[in-house]
Design a protein around this ligand. Structure first.
Ligand code: WT7
Length: 648
């Protein structure tokens, strides 16, 4: 028994039991076939479990038919649970709190489906959703699922430019948005970005939910109000079965190039794994738990663990429109106390923020309803893990540290809370049905606990991505060539400890993780060089105490801009201008923490920027090996903190 073994009481009532590991080990496909029939209601049963003959393009539950929205809503009403609360909506200003039951959810989703259909949305059409955390966003996603029209959510913190790129790539026919969103109590515009973004795209209609009541520009013939199209629509809608492999959604995520990838997920396999993992990892008991995943719906965690997983299970959950610090720093704990939240799933960056604010804040609230805590998005440092357990979990709740990705669709590595002896800081091992290993450069499994390698998934899994939208080559190259063709390269460095636990050590490619959000160095560099005063840019992710990583940029100015910056305030105003420029091109999350203006960047003789050395500077470390640099004096110059450019 370790310090963190499950209590016998918890183990006894846990959904996920140790036998699952044996069942999965005995027969991979039979295991998943059983989960698919346990967690999903099929309109037509599937003929075979997995077709991997066209690897890496998988087909799961071949020949099966289902409607995902029916599974997330209607079947719970048919089972007599229509009065169960699906969503406790907690509004940002407390002005619109409401409970929505599964029966109400069924009517709202039907209306939204009828409304979208009246706008011409048909099976296969893509619908972009640029909306905040309000119930309408969920109605809209499920309405799309019902119609078989893949949705593409774009996080409401992204800029108009980022939105336009995503609308264009997906060729979205309709864009959903709201007039505005509340941020820290204030109404901020949202539709404005859509007005900028849709210009020149193939989007025919913009459907607008009224939330803040702010003035908006109106484009007759293109713009429609939700309350004119959806609210009066019929509140029944017959769900049509879709093929198990019918596309459910696209979600764009950053890769190693400047262009985000449209990650494609389909229906049967995705829903199976979301529901199964939510049940066995979070230990959701739909009839008694109040579950809360604090992620934003615009990211994959919101898709899998607010919408599809919990709703497939028929769970009751919190949907919170606000942020952890608004209206006050105790708002999370006030919500836990008020709604008796029993399962909380949040991110290490939030936990570290709460640590900084101090344990006396959560101590003011009754958190005794909590029985499972979860963590996702980045490695959780053992100190934050212990703080979470002690100050939020009363020193007793299990913590599930869940490793997965936009691409994996659902949880892959995690303890099972009723089975596993927990190891703070590690997501430990693949869950039953998942195969993950840490491999060395040559593709051999690591044996030495001190060695560092790569996390690789060695068997296909039901919620796996089915491709990169319109780019099959990029799909193969990015994930299935490094250790391919049957091994999925996750892009994360990892190692084993003596007990065989897997520790994730962060990205090995040019991808950063800021507050659990994935950003690419290339994307931010390309935004910087779009600015008229910038000649070259290099971006690295530097360790940050709260956000995990922070964006650090190194910029070479064009000559005319360089002298101007010199004469003015040593670049202060210019640096602000550049930071704002990145926020405008990508979104505020991508804004560099600092920008250093330099006269040269460290490059190899072949011209490749050595970001590793810049990272050393950004993290105040001694600079590593510079022998491969074309000009070894460059790092000296940068290190001397040359905030103003040299003028020679
Ligand atoms: C990357 C995926 C998973 C949904 C949210 C992020 C990192 C994620 C963990 C964890 C260590 C983690 C990895 C991964 N990551 N969870 N529990 N421990 N690292 O999804 O934006 O697709 O990012 O987030 O680096 O590759 P994403």
């Amino acid at each position: 028994m370790s310090d963190y073994s499950p209590s016998p009481e918890f183990a006894k009532q846990a959904v996920g039991k140790a036998e699952l590991y044996d069942e999965a080990a005995a027969d991979h496909e039979a295991f998943w076939a059983a989960r698919a029939r346990e967690y999903v209601t099929w309109s037509k049963d599937f003929d075979s479990t997995l077709d991997w003959s066209d690897a890496p393009f998988a087909k799961w539950f071949v020949g099966g038919e289902l409607n995902v929205a029916y599974n997330c809503v209607d079947r719970h009403v048919e089972a007599g649970n229509g009065d169960r609360v699906a969503i406790h909506f907690v509004s940002a200003n407390g002005d619109d709190d409401r409970d929505i039951t599964y029966a109400e959810m069924q009517r709202e989703v039907a209306k939204a489906a009828n409304g979208l259909a009246s706008l011409g949305v048909q099976k296969g059409d893509r619908v972009a959703i640029y909306m905040q955390m309000i119930p309408e966003t969920i109605f809209a996603m499920l309405a799309c699922a019902r119609l078989g029209a893949p949705h593409s959510l774009v996080f409401a913190g992204f800029s108009a430019d980022a939105l336009r790129t995503r609308i264009n790539d997906a060729e979205a026919k309709v864009v959903l948005t709201s007039d505005g969103q509340f941020r820290k109590g204030k109404a901020m515009p949202l539709k404005k970005a859509v007005d900028e973004a849709v210009e020149g795209t193939a989007a025919e209609t913009v459907l607008v939910v009224k939330r803040t009541g702010s003035e908006v520009d109106w484009h007759e013939g293109r713009d429609q109000w939700w309350h004119d199209v959806v609210t009066p629509a019929a509140d029944t809608h017959e769900a049509q079965p879709m093929d198990s492999e019918h596309p459910l959604f696209l979600l764009y995520t950053s890769g190693t190039t400047g262009k985000p990838k449209g990650i494609l997920h389909t229906s049967g396999g995705y829903l199976t794994q979301c529901a199964y993992t939510n049940a066995v990892v979070h230990d959701v008991h739909p009839e008694s738990d109040v579950y809360w995943c604090t992620a934003d719906i615009g990211w994959v965690t919101g898709h899998s663990y607010i919408v599809y997983g919990p709703m497939a299970l028929g769970a009751s959950q919190i949907v919170f429109e606000g942020t952890p610090d608004s209206p006050h720093q105790g708002i999370f704990w006030e919500i836990v106390e008020k709604y008796k939240v029993s399962i909380l799933y949040t991110a290490p960056t939030a936990i570290r923020t709460f640590m900084k604010w101090g344990p006396e804040i959560p101590a003011k609230y009754d958190l005794s309803s909590l029985r499972v805590l979860g963590s996702v998005g980045e490695p959780i440092n053992p100190e934050a893990w212990r703080w979470y357990r002690d100050h939020i979990g009363g020193g007793t709740t299990p913590i599930v540290d869940t490793w997965w990705q936009t691409e994996t669709g659902a949880i892959m590595n995690s303890p099972l809370p009723g089975v596993t002896d927990l190891e703070p800081g590690s997501s430990q091992a693949p869950i039953p049905g998942i195969h993950a290993e840490v491999l060395d450069d040559d593709g051999n499994r690591l044996t030495d606990p001190d060695a560092v390698g790569y996390l690789v998934l060695t068997k296909p899994w039901p919620a796996m991505l089915r491709g990169v939208w319109k780019d099959p080559q990029r799909y193969k190259d990015t994930y299935w060539s490094r250790f391919g063709p049957d091994n999925y390269f996750a892009g994360d460095g990892a190692k084993y400890d003596e007990k065989g636990n897997i520790w994730i050590l962060g990205r090995v490619d040019d991808v950063m993780n800021v507050s659990g959000h994935r950003l690419s160095t290339a994307e931010i560099e390309s935004a910087l060089v779009h600015h008229s005063k910038v000649a070259e840019a290099a971006v690295v992710g530097a360790t940050d105490e709260t956000t995990g990583q922070a964006v650090e940029a190194f910029v070479i100015l064009r000559e005319d801009a360089a002298s101007e910056a010199d004469q003015a305030d040593e670049g202060g105003a210019l640096i602000k201008e550049l930071r704002d420029h990145v926020a405008k091109e990508i979104g505020p999350i991508a804004k560099p923490r600092s920008i250093m203006i330099v006269s040269e960047l460290p490059k190899t003789r072949s011209g490749k920027i050595m970001r590793r050395l810049l990272k050393d500077v950004a993290e105040n470390r001694e600079v590593g090996d510079v022998t491969t640099l074309a000009d070894s004096s460059v790092m000296d110059m940068i290190q001397k903190g040359m905030t103003a450019p040299a003028n020679d």
